[in-house]
Design a protein around this ligand. Structure first.
Ligand code: SAH
Length: 266
């Protein structure tokens, strides 16, 4: 099955950050294919030839079309450039990351995002086998999800975590399509979503870079001692959904700050 690109399932990326085991990549391809998804993205896989690796092909077991179409990116920023809402998956929360949600409400929010406009794209982001997602990688995700487990032992194998999330995501999409009650993806804005087009990952990252430059320019941010200013600002902004116009507005303010601090320097 290959969902139509404009259909909600065709706008869902499953992103594996630095996967090390070819078998996990193949098993993840199978996991998403069985649940009706097709978009697998690999960020800097340890083995650059992983998609052709015999273990990956064996574990994909018939989902080789997903492997063949998988996208490879050098960085998570590049992988999320067109994404409007990214959900990071982590067994444990991180300071300055968003508060973790359980899978069902997290996937329902992704489904609402997909319903907000045909141009929205969502991503589920999984970390590397040994260490999971780093703080910097989690900060590129606006939302965080933890799959609950038995107390302190809840770290799943990578492909198993992909399977759980692909299943919950497909259930949330099916519930929405079946329309029990108000559809999650009904036209009209869901709470917290912007008017107009939502900003993409690339637009939001460019805004943070601009904000950082402006804050350095006025001496509010000391690059030698940045403390946790940018992570705190990221956490603040990621509590809301930014639209393209709002990002433009914030960047307009940054430009004015830069101009007036340049004038002051003269
Ligand atoms: N030792 C690592 C485990 C990584 S498992 C750690 O503690 O983070 C590989 C990936 O699978 C994780 O980065 C995460 O994306 C996903 N994963 C595994 N178990 C999970 C859970 N209980 N909840 C959410 N994601 C999980």
């Amino acid at each position: 099955m290959n969902p139509c690109p404009a259909a909600p399932a065709g706008r869902v990326d499953f992103v594996l950050v630095e996967p090390s085991h070819p078998g996990n990549v193949g098993a993840a391809a199978r996991a998403i294919r069985v649940m009706g998804f097709s978009r697998l993205v690999l960020v800097a896989p340890r083995d650059p030839g992983v998609l052709e690796h015999p273990q990956a092909i064996a574990m994909a077991s018939g989902a080789d079309d997903v492997l063949a179409a998988a996208r490879r990116c050098d960085s998570l920023e590049a992988a999320l450039a067109d994404t409007t809402l990214a959900l990071g998956l982590s067994a444990s929360g991180r300071e300055f990351g968003p508060t973790p949600a359980p899978p069902r409400p997290a996937c329902e929010e992704l489904v609402r995002e997909l319903g907000a406009s045909a141009r929205t794209r969502v991503a589920l982001v999984f970390g590397t086998e040994r260490t999971g997602l780093s703080i910097g990688q989690l900060q590129l995700c606006q939302r965080l999800c933890a799959i609950p487990g038995a107390g302190d032992y809840r770290s799943l194998n990578l492909a198993q975590a992909v399977q759980v999330m692909a299943f919950v995501m497909s259930e949330a999409l099916a519930a929405d399509a079946a329309g029990g009650g108000a559809p999650l993806s009904s036209p009209g804005r869901a709470p917290g979503t912007p008017e107009g087009e939502p900003a993409s990952g690339a637009q939001i990252e460019a805004m943070y870079a601009h904000l950082e430059r402006a804050l350095v320019g006025i001496g509010f941010l000391d690059p030698a001692h940045p403390k946790k200013l940018m992570p705190r600002l990221r956490r603040l902004f990621s509590r809301t959904r930014l639209g393209v116009e709002e990002v433009d507005l914030l960047r307009g303010i940054c430009t004015k700050i830069e101009r007036s601090s340049a004038k002051d320097d003269r």
